[in-house]
Design a protein around this ligand. Structure first.
Ligand code: SF4
Length: 776
């Protein structure tokens, strides 16, 4: 081998090398879904165990060409037969695999083949692709005989194609290292609490510990946490930093903080890419992601190199920048973003880009063995989001609607599935019926429908109607979760109102797989990160989040002191007033009068939070009846972005009134109304989730697992919502305000313990004419 350079300038994995050099043609997402990472690992294990004694699994191989070091782990080598195996796990029909996927697999196998020949001094070798089908556990083996000389020529060709890019990457890594050493905090000084947070994140990263950091709003958490990890980067040799948020607004804040950290340097010394959901980036929402349907998928990999080269030089690849570049090169902006995540230093994305079952960032981390640092912003939202990611629901009405226009090749399997639905319906005696497992006959019929749809889409790609595709993906997701079913989830069937437009039907039947404890799904995600910080203003109590999210046992807790003082916020508990469900009607007048009295005493803008839209409506009706002269406005269900902006625009420096909103809704967190724009909040109820059958099942599980059924199911999530909502009032060290907690239970010790330490709580006097009527 020739060595033009004295030492390798860059190291690349076999997989990354081949994905760069050997992918051509169309983007094609039909051959889905890939098995989960766990299923993939298990599949590789099954193949290795089937091989004869002496078979070497996971053979570490390294090679070099002109200063480029290539490394990887071959799946297996049998010295007796001189055969190297490249194992690929999949699900479904192998015939559906596009030719360019197969070409890529051969490229990887041949590169490993050369590295193995080089290591063991072999003249020739059998190179095999072993396709392992997860469901049937069957192997399909394709093998070719190659000489070492031929494999070496192939290897060198791939390296040559990558060399210019790899030198650019090596130069980038050097420049990034220097820039990170020189990086300074972007403000003249840290705000109160900001330094403690930043130091805590830095220390945890150096110690490789997961950190759960509770830090108040307004101290600049985003810039503090990102700065800490960038400073830890050189010693920890991170490959990537993932900044994960629950909402699009969180991504905007992160991109803004990163822009400040980068300063005015126009050269992308630190590369940043923003990932958004497919429906936000897609240019052809009516099409499917393959070359037979979408023009931006057709020839995607042929045009990708030029688009990638332009994108790598962009200062920040946010959604708009990606779109502009993708348009110029006629490639899909969504998949261009995913490609650039491989080459970026910092990826700003949603929780689901790392934690979801098919998460791209987690998949890349495992595949490329990246050392990643994770920042999980507004982490109090992760529990509910993760539950949703690992839950699934299928409604009978969806199948019925599809059957009306089903193509002929789908009618019989759909009819069989419809029969299984009818069986479920006949066995349904209650509105909600728990099941120990998904009935075998139902799961089997659902698999048949999925297989038939896959075949149909492969043969009739142009007929990829949105409804059929949506059902297909939902059904596949459901089946994958069925495979992962354990006591972290429950299954039930529920009778629900039929959707509008259903003929002759008033009710629908849904089958639900509901995740209760996402910890078993998330544990591996946290373990795969080299450093991880979860942060939010409300993460109390620590143990609750550790248990529910599956955080490592050695995780650390940091509770940053608030920069705000109790002199800034008056917190009053209406401890003679009950908002329990049975007392709501009788306490509406007291609440209305208390709010009006506060407005008279301290005019300004207030938010009033209620636990449901129904409760909100009753409260605002009563308020209008009694205090018609006070301006009020209300949140409504399904508000558009324009309507939400209009709601918030009513909070101006010189306006006066009350905005009625729901706890846990879009105005209860992430909303900034500093100064006179918001002077107070009223929070009715403890925000407890409703005690329905599902929550009672959760309570029972929480009692069994953690001995804390009520607290884990109701109290902790409820008070978290309350503190988030009340947290809208004080946003800066100049703000002054008042919060009323409207329920006597707020005075209980176990509830008071969950309120922020800096709050100083006092009882609220009710208007004298209401007090007697309200006490429960
Ligand atoms: S533009 Fe839309 S349909 Fe086309 S490949 Fe991209 S995401 Fe898929």
């Amino acid at each position: 081998m020739t060595h033009d350079l004295p030492a390798p300038h860059h190291t690349v994995g076999v997989r990354a090398l081949c994905e760069f050099t050997a992918k051509a043609g169309d983007l094609d997402q039909r051959f889905t879904p890939a098995p989960s990472a766990q299923q993939g690992i298990a599949g590789h294990g099954v193949v290795a165990r089937r091989r004869p004694p002496g078979y070497l699994a996971e053979v570490v191989l390294v090679g070099e060409h002109r200063g480029l070091r290539v490394r990887g782990r071959a799946d297996g080598y049998c010295a007796e037969s001189r055969r190297i195996d490249e194992v690929k796990t999949y699900r479904g029909s192998l015939d559906r695999m596009p030719a360019n996927h197969r070409e890529l697999h051969w490229a990887q196998a041949k590169v490993y083949g050369w590295l193995l020949c080089d290591r063991f001094g072999l003249e020739a070798i059998e190179v095999a692709l072993v396709y392992f089908e997860i469901a049937s556990q069957c192997e399909t083996v394709m093998s070719e005989r190659h000489t070492a000389q031929g494999l070496r020529a192939f290897f060198e060709t791939q390296c040559e194609r990558f060399l210019a890019w790899s030198r650019q990457e090596a130069a980038h890594a050097d420049a990034r290292r220097e820039a990170l050493h020189a990086l300074r905090f972007p403000h003249p000084e840290f705000r109160s609490g900001q330094r403690a947070l930043s130091e805590g994140v830095y220390r945890a990263a150096i110690a490789r510990r997961c950190l759960v950091a509770q830090a108040p709003t307004g101290i600049g958490k985003t810039v503090a946490t990102v700065f800490a990890l960038l400073k830890a980067w050189p010693t920890q040799a991170f490959d990537k930093l993932f900044f994960l948020t629950a909402k699009g607004t969180g991504r905007a804040v992160a991109l803004d903080a990163l822009a400040r950290l980068r300063g005015s340097d126009p050269t992308p010394v630190i590369r940043i890419v923003e990932l958004v959901a497919r429906d936000k980036a897609c240019e052809h929402p009516d099409k499917a992601c393959h070359g037979d349907s979408c023009p931006l998928a057709r020839g995607f990999y042929d045009r990708l190199p030029a688009a990638r080269q332009q994108a790598i030089d962009a200062p920040v690849l946010d959604r708009e920048a990606l779109r502009v570049i993708a348009r110029a090169h006629q490639v899909c902006p969504y998949y261009l973003g995913q490609e650039m995540a491989r080459w970026a230093d910092i990826v700003v994305g949603d929780f689901n880009h790392y934690f979801d079952i098919n998460a791209i960032l987690f998949g890349l981390t495992v595949a490329h063995e990246w050392r990643v640092a994770l920042l999980v912003d507004e982490a109090h939202n992760l529990l509910e989001r993760a539950r949703a990611m690992y839950s699934a629901r299928l409604a009978r009405s969806t199948l019925q609607a599809l059957r009306r226009s089903a193509p002929p090749d789908l009618r019989r399997p759909m009819e069989r599935l419809a029969r299984r639905w009818r069986e479920l319906q006949r066995g349904q005696v209650d509105a909600r019926q728990p099941h120990r497992e998904v009935p075998d006959r139902f799961a089997s019929a659902l698999k048949d429908v999925c297989a038939a749809i896959s075949d149909h889409l492969a043969e009739q790609p142009a007929q990829a109607e949105a409804d059929l595709l949506a059902f297909h993906f939902d059904a596949l997701h459901f089946l994958r979760l069925v495979d992962l079913m354990a006591d972290h989830s429950i299954i039930d069937t529920t009778v629900e109102p039929a959707p509008v437009g259903m003929r002759r039907q008033t009710t629908d039947l849904a089958i639900n797989l509901r995740n209760l404890v996402p910890a078993p799904h998330l544990r591996g995600r946290f373990a795969a990160a080299h450093a991880c910080t979860l942060f939010s203003a409300t993460l109390t109590p620590f143990a609750f989040h550790c248990d529910m999210l599956g955080l490592p046992a050695a995780s650390a807790w940091l509770d940053v002191d608030s920069p705000f003082s109790s002199a800034q916020l008056t917190v009053r508990i209406a401890d003679r007033l009950s908002t329990r469900y049975r007392d709501r009607a009788s306490s509406l007048t007291s609440i209305a009068d208390l709010m009006a009295r506060q407005l008279a005493a301290a005019p300004g803008n207030y938010l009033a939070f209620f636990s449901s839209f129904d409760y909100l409506q009753r409260a605002i009706d009563r308020f209008r009846e009694r205090h018609a002269g006070i301006t009020v406005w209300a949140q409504s269900r399904f508000m558009t972005a324009i309507e939400r902006d209009a709601f918030l625009a009513r909070f101006s420096d010189d306006s006066c009134g009350i905005g009625f909103a729901v706890l846990g809704g879009s105005f209860a967190e992430g909303v900034d109304l500093p100064g006179r724009r918001l002077v107070g909040a009223f929070v009715a109820t403890l925000g407890l989730p409703p005690p329905n059958a599902v929550n009672e099942a959760l309570r029972s599980r929480m009692e069994t697992d953690f001995g804390a059924g009520y607290a884990y199911t109701y109290l902790y999530p409820g008070i978290q919502r309350v503190v988030q909502a009340a947290g809208r009032v004080i946003r800066t060290e100049q703000d002054r305000g008042i919060v009323y907690l409207l329920d006597d239970r707020f005075a209980r010790t176990e509830v008071r313990r969950l309120l922020p330490r800096w709050w100083s709580v006092e009882p609220a006097a009710l208007p004298p004419w209401n007090a007697a009527a309200s006490a429960s």
